[in-house]
Design a protein around this ligand. Structure first.
Ligand SMILES: [Zn+2]
Length: 159
């Protein structure tokens, strides 16, 4: 990102994830001034490789709604927790500098975080999760046994 003072290149010294997005502290490589930027997440250019081989743009809102679905009826988990979790995952992906990431890696990141927030939701995510596009499938046999009583989505036909 360009320095607002001298338009030189800047480096990130710290990234904080907030409910509204990411706050980055930066230092200009040229004039050494410090400044802070606020970014709404949107991970430009970050692609997700789906199990079926297709690729789509990373969508933080989709990740959030996915997390929300596995945490449905869990009153120990607030939407803010999940939003923060989704953004933290997004920030991790952005910071990794990768241009493409497998959905299963995102689920893995989500699992490790969700386990700390709510182990029951983490188990649901691990056991059976299918998003609108059928992107996430850990275990086909588990996915074929929808558990609506647990608040899990019913399987939709694959496209
Ligand atoms: Zn500068």
């Amino acid at each position: 990102m360009q320095c607002p003072y001298c338009t030189g290149d800047s480096s990130v010294t710290e990234t904080r994830v907030t409910v509204d997005g990411m706050r980055r502290r930066r230092v200009c490589n040229v004039c050494k001034r410090r400044f802070t930027t606020y970014e709404r997440l949107g991970a430009p250019g970050l692609k997700v490789a789906k199990r079926d081989g297709s690729v789509e743009a990373f969508d933080g809102d989709k990740l959030f709604s996915a997390l929300r679905r596995v945490a449905a009826h869990r009153n120990t988990v607030s939407d803010d927790d999940l939003r923060r979790l989704a953004r933290d995952i997004e920030a991790t992906l952005v910071d990794s500098g990768r241009k493409s990431i497998a959905w299963s890696d995102i689920v893995t990141l989500a699992l490790s975080r969700l386990e700390n927030v709510d182990p029951v939701s983490a188990q649901r995510l691990a056991a059976n999760y299918t998003d609108e596009t059928g992107a996430i499938r850990f275990d086909r046999s588990a996915a074929q046994q929808p558990s609506p009583q647990l608040g899990l989505p019913l399987n939709e036909p694959e496209d």
